[in-house]
Write a protein that binds this ligand. Structure first.
Ligand code: GLU
Length: 419
């Protein structure tokens, strides 16, 4: 276990700017408290053992970074991916603290993961790895301590295994993780929550900029959980045309609009969009440069970078993925007058409904879908309006406004708690 370490450049760069902003406007005076938010509170590294199906004994590196819990228990996803490392998890944990503060739900921030390629693991191997990881985390997780959730490559099933393993020696405890299946303490509306939040934020941003969504063209980068729900909702509820979609192997573009349901069926069957006839096949980089009104990156991090930012034609970028724009790319987009809605606001719908799931678990009383959707919309729109008004009043970007609001909220909680 080590403590006091800082996240990657992107987050600390914006956090430093937010501190300057808060100090300049005398909105906040305790710079030491603000600076301390840049460091994680606890970082856990474990070596997770697994007996493979072929009898071979292997271990995988697992992480849980508990960034800040001043506003409530640590909260954030677990990702299973070959590129997972401490630096990435630390950055994502830091972003979670900011995200829960932006939408003002009573959580702090954390993130975890295992460096592995889940596609190379059988179902039994994945389950055993998950249970072993849960046991190694021990009492560092818990409904009032740290509550993991799904992230890249971790499903509702993975959450069910964690809840089951955690509950074995402690009594039934659904509230230890969110994003569970409905049958075992999950919440209605959790699965599409991030995508729905992205749709709501896109709607609000378009309204602010006077963009008529029913005539708008939208490009998605990625086609996983977030993009597939967001694409469907943006088409069905806002009437927009989805003109581009991509997978890790390449992308499809169709200026007239892609049939989302057909694309989804194809993607599920083939694991890629290659060969899909509903659009022109191109590289992901080419897709980013196609004409559109809204670009929604929903793939892994650093998708919008210094090499491709200048070619982006969208008027609005809504960050469906965490940490998907580099500092340099963000500067280029700003110079081009592109309106960027940052990840910590744009994709917060998932953690908002995680909060509802946790509340339902603690109360053992379950909500209907209308309540979940109504409350999600209220929280997302309130957060959007807050960040947008700070952005306009202080003439700063939406990202800097979001960081400023989040860091002020976290710092105030830290000071009130003392210690
Ligand atoms: N992994 C999601 C995120 O990055 C959800 C986290 C959660 O629900 O705790 O926001």
């Amino acid at each position: 276990m080590s403590t006091g370490i800082m996240a990657a450049d992107v987050v600390t760069t914006y956090a430093t700017n937010a501190i300057k902003q808060l100090m300049e406007h005398e909105m906040f005076i305790d710079i030491d408290v603000l600076n301390s938010i840049n460091r994680s509170k606890r970082e856990i590294i474990v070596e997770v053992p697994l007996r493979r199906d072929d009898g071979k004994y292997v271990t995988f590196r697992g992480y849980r970074v508990q960034h800040n819990d001043a506003r409530g228990p640590f909260k954030g996803g677990l990702r299973y991916h070959p590129t997972v490392d401490l630096k990435e998890v630390r950055t994502l944990a830091h972003l979670m603290s900011l995200k829960t503060a932006v939408v003002n739900v009573p959580f702090g921030g954390g993130k975890g993961g295992i460096t592995c390629d889940p596609r190379q693991l059988s179902g039994r191997e994945l389950e055993t790895l998950t249970r072993n990881f849960t046991n190694l985390l021990g009492d560092n997780i818990g409904p009032l301590i740290d509550i993991p959730a799904p992230d890249v490559n971790t499903s509702a099933q993975v959450m069910a295994w964690i809840a089951d393993e955690y509950s074995k020696r402690r009594g039934q405890c659904w509230g230890v993780v969110t994003g569970k299946p409905l049958e075992v303490g999950g919440s209605v509306g959790r699965e599409d929550a991030t995508g729905r939040g992205v749709m709501l934020i896109t709607r609000e941003a378009a309204k602010e900029l006077g963009l008529e969504m029913s005539r708008a063209a939208v490009i998605f980068q990625g086609f996983g959980n977030v993009a597939s729900f967001a694409a469907k909702l943006i088409h069905e509820e806002l009437g927009a045309r989805v003109v581009g979609l991509s997978s890790s192997k390449g992308a499809v573009y169709n200026a007239g609009g892609i049939n989302i349901e057909a694309a989804e069926r194809y993607y599920r069957k083939h694991g890629s969009m290659k060969g899909f006839t509903g659009g022109e096949w191109m590289t992901n980089e080419e897709l980013l440069a196609q004409p559109c009104d809204v670009l929604i990156p929903c793939a892994l991090g650093d998708a919008v970078n210094a090499r491709n930012a200048a070619r982006i034609k969208a008027k609005i970028v809504v960050e469906g993925a965490n940490d998907c724009t580099s500092v340099e790319a963000d500067r280029i987009l700003q110079q081009q007058g592109v309106f960027v809605v940052p990840d910590i606001l744009a994709n917060a719908g998932g953690v908002v409904v995680s909060y509802f799931e946790w509340v339902q678990n603690l109360n053992n009383h379950y909500w209907g879908i209308d309540q979940v959707r109504k409350e999600l919309e209220r929280i997302m729109v309130t957060a959007y309006n807050k960040i947008s008004s700070v952005s306009r009043e202080s003439r700063i970007s939406m990202r800097l406004a979001a960081y400023t609001v989040a860091m002020e909220r976290i710092a105030r909680a830290m000071i009130l708690r003392g210690g």
